[in-house]
Ligand binder design. Sequence first.
Ligand code: BTN
Length: 224
Amino acid sequence: DSTNQYALDLIKEGIPEGTIVISDRQKKGKGRKKRIWDSPLGGLWFSIIIIPKISPDRSMMITMVASISIVQAINQITGINAEIKWPNDILINGKKVCGILTELEIEKNSVKYAVIGIGINVNNDLNKDLKETAISIKEIKNTDISLLELFQEILRRFDYHYQDFVNNNFDKIRELWLSYSKIIGKKVEVQDEEKIIQGDVCDVDNFGNLILQTSQGKVRINIG
Ligand code: BTN
């Protein structure tokens, strides 16, 4: 059904950190906001299980670690410069090529485990309704690319950046993330469940929060 769901079930059985669940396709791929994530053959759909000793307020950084690993791997394997859109989308030419869904459990004010679900449109055809906002790597390259090579490169990079994360080298992660997001100084609108906040992006902090200069002053945002 879903690699995230499968990983969450495995955790209940007691599974070591670093376990990965990967599937050729998913029948019930989970997206953010309870959306279905279309996952046909040809894409890369997988979930990484981690058990980091961190406080919950650092959890957005887990997704940042994944994002920078994916951008670097796409560049290494295909030569394409992808961009990060806060908080967790990867774009090519302004269209979504990859989504990340991090699901975690918190116990006694620390993260018990996290499942980082990564979905990348690689060689798969996109559903008609998605074509305006999404893109696949194949569309850019005009040829299939090796799923295995891309997968290996993402894991290699993730392994590297995750070490920085567990060693509290948050500045390094944040700076890389910022260099791939080009968000500083941009005018943005952030929509959460109740309202829309408008402002200019001043920064993203070492917790993954977006810091906006709004007409009411500086605002720190962690969801939207
Ligand atoms: C988003 O909505 O942007 C996040 C999409 C995350 C999709 C991936 S595909 C692999 C993993 N398993 C799931 O069920 N979802 C994530």
